[in-house]
Design a protein. Structure first.
Length: 202
């Protein structure tokens, strides 16, 4: 049975599904895209692209999270979430114009910066607004919903890339990611007296 959760958590889960599903559309054809569309594209280029993303994201996440925790309220979390989601949303479009390995590396670096802003901000807001006594259920719902969204997007991404090509897949990924970039600024929540900005709806 799906737990009754508050509106902030529902919106955060929906946003997370949209963001990760957008990249789920791209993931199934990423290696094929590198080989077919990037000059000199091979396993080494793919490995470099993946490494650039994970190293930059990992190095930035902790200091960003520490900075967010030094400020009371959620105004900074809110703006980091919006800015990071915007950066992650525009990166799939970059694939449409990529032809050299350095293009790919730059895209991955921008995506890493965006996600290093999204994850601490999203996680901070999510943790603070979970309903007491439903913590495990809420995380389970979030993970299951995310997994289903990404899995379905993976099926769709492979089908669309085969039938219509990479460009259609990239544009759809951008559209999904941008939808996840539209949580609204809200008034103070009853959950936490120091909250100034919370996500209330689309």
């Amino acid at each position: 049975m799906i737990p009754k959760i508050n509106r902030v958590i529902r919106v955060l889960i929906t946003t997370d599904i949209l963001i990760y599903s957008a990249w789920g559309l791209v993931t199934p054809i990423f290696a094929v895209f590198i080989v077919d569309s990037i000059n000199g594209g091979d396993a080494q280029v793919a490995g470099m692209a993946a490494g650039i993303y994970w190293v930059i994201k990992s190095l930035l996440q902790f200091p960003i999270g520490k900075y967010l925790d030094t400020n009371d309220g959620e105004r900074d979390d809110y703006w980091f979430l919006i800015a990071g989601t915007f950066l992650s949303a525009v990166t799939p479009l970059g694939f449409l114009f990529s032809s050299e390995p350095w293009h790919l590396y730059l895209i991955q670096a921008v995506y890493a910066v965006g996600m290093s802003m999204v994850i601490p901000a999203w996680g901070g807001i999510f943790t603070r607004h979970m309903d007491k006594g439903l913590e495990a259920e809420t995380w389970g719902l979030e993970s299951s919903s995310l997994g289903l969204g990404v899995g379905i997007a993976g099926f769709a991404g492979g089908f669309l890339a085969t039938k219509f090509g990479y460009r259609r897949d990239g544009k759809l990924s951008f559209a999904c990611d941008k939808k996840g970039d539209k949580p609204e600024e809200g008034r103070r929540s009853g959950h936490h007296k120091n909250d100034k900005y919370v996500i209330l709806g689309f």
